[in-house]
Design a protein around this ligand. Structure first.
Ligand code: ADP
Ligand code: MG
Length: 369
């Protein structure tokens, strides 16, 4: 049986706004789950219902198979880290870390031992006497995380804990939080709008949009096996390219580039979509430039180079296929000249097809990823 069960969870706020619809999820003990989606999609609302800070309008929340809807945050054994660190400004780092334990009446000796251990894990040992204002953003956030992990809790909830940090600190804290999770083994639910955080930290990701779960899966699943255009476009950076085109005689005509779908789609699919609009998807990094003209089992598209961005480890190439804008990601040494024409190839196995109307992914033959 799953450790945490969310069954048909809904949230309707007192003003009548339906923020979360029929949320179903089972979480195993020790898992690191990330809720990801754009601002306003219901991530925090769902997390707060799990924390016991927000009541559940409809549905069941179970911990170890026991209904916990009516339990308070303490009874649920959760600790939560918020975006704002909420440290006590007049207290030292030591006292901030010790506060919760002091309230519980834990022995001074035990507190000291726990504070020192936690500070060690978080690299705060040299800062225990400082006040929060004398710390960097990253150090403050570590204290906030420390305050949560110093208590032995079973469920660790984090709501965009890194969004106030600069890019470099975020990368460091990302791996530190993953490391802490490994050490504590606490079941963790982490909320972010950042797909990179989701991809790098999660055991499983829950992608949300407008209050609905779109897909639940491992980072690998979501990247290679997105169920719809929203997930395909949300996961991956730069995002997947989408080209709209009408299927005629089993082929798409993309501004003079013929894409014969017979190579990748079953006959019944071709029949079903004949005369209808489809969306061809491919990731910027899933194309070939060198030798593209001769590459077999690949579609070839010719385009004009509009702009290149050298990022160091790769180059983003902004190209125009007679009015259709797409992005290609190539090796730095392959960077083309601006205003030149080029042909790129998309190997069949890297092609995605979507139903324009439902935005759902269409299964292709022989290329189950
Ligand atoms: P996220 O964390 O994904 O950005 P939230 O869970 O905070 O999204 O909010 C989801 C939706 O619910 C938003 O449209 C938000 O405006 C709305 N909402 C949040 N809190 C309340 C509230 N107390 N009353 C009414 N609507 C709310
Ligand atoms: Mg939020």
């Amino acid at each position: 049986m799953a450790y945490l069960t969310l069954r048909g969870i809904n949230k309707i706020y007192p003003n009548g706004f339906h923020a979360v619809h029929d949320f179903n999820l089972e979480i195993e003990k020790g898992e690191f789950i990330v809720f990801v989606g754009s601002s306003g999609c219901g991530k925090s609302t769902t997390l707060r219902m799990i924390a016991g800070l927000e009541n559940i309008s409809k549905g069941d929340f179970l911990i170890d198979g026991v209904r916990a809807n009516e339990k308070g945050p303490r009874e649920r054994g959760v600790a939560m880290v918020f975006q704002s660190y909420a440290l006590y400004p007049h207290m030292s780092v030591y006292d901030n870390l010790a506060f919760g334990l002091t309230l519980q009446g834990v022995d001074e000796d035990v507190i000291e031992q726990k504070v020192k251990k936690t500070a060690g894990i978080l690299g705060l040992t040299d800062y225990l006497d400082r006040k929060p204002r004398a710390l960097s953003g990253g150090q403050r956030q570590r204290v906030a995380v420390g305050r949560a992990i110093i208590r032995k809790v079973d469920i660790f909830l984090m709501d965009e804990p890194l969004s106030n940090l600069d890019a470099k600190q975020r990368v460091t804290m990302r791996s530190e939080i993953t490391q802490i999770h490994r050490e504590t083994g606490a079941t963790t639910i982490y909320v972010t709008h950042d797909q990179t955080e989701a991809m790098t930290m999660a055991d499983r990701i829950v992608v949300m949009k407008e209050g609905y779960i779109q897909q639940v899966g491992t980072p690998y699943d979501l990247y290679f096996n997105p169920v719809n255009m929203f997930v395909a476009g949300f996961i991956g950076e730069p995002p997947m390219n989408f080209i709209h085109s009408t299927l005629k005689g089993g082929k798409l005509d993309i501004k003079g580039n013929v894409v014969d779908l017979g190579a990748i789609a079953d006959k019944d699919v071709l029949k079903k979509y004949e005369g209808k609009e489809l969306v061809l998807g491919f990731r910027p990094e899933a194309i070939r430039l060198a030798g593209s003209e001769d590459l077999e089992n690949a579609y070839k598209l010719s385009c004009a180079v509009e702009l290149t961005e050298l990022l160091g480890d790769n180059t983003n190439v902004y190209v125009d296929i007679h009015g259709i804008k797409t992005i290609l990601k190539v090796e730095p040494h392959e960077s083309p000249e601006i205003d030149t024409k080029l042909t790129f190839a998309i190997p069949y196995e890297n092609v995605y097809l979507f139903d324009k109307q439902t935005e759902k992914r269409i299964r292709l033959k022989g290329f189950a990823k």
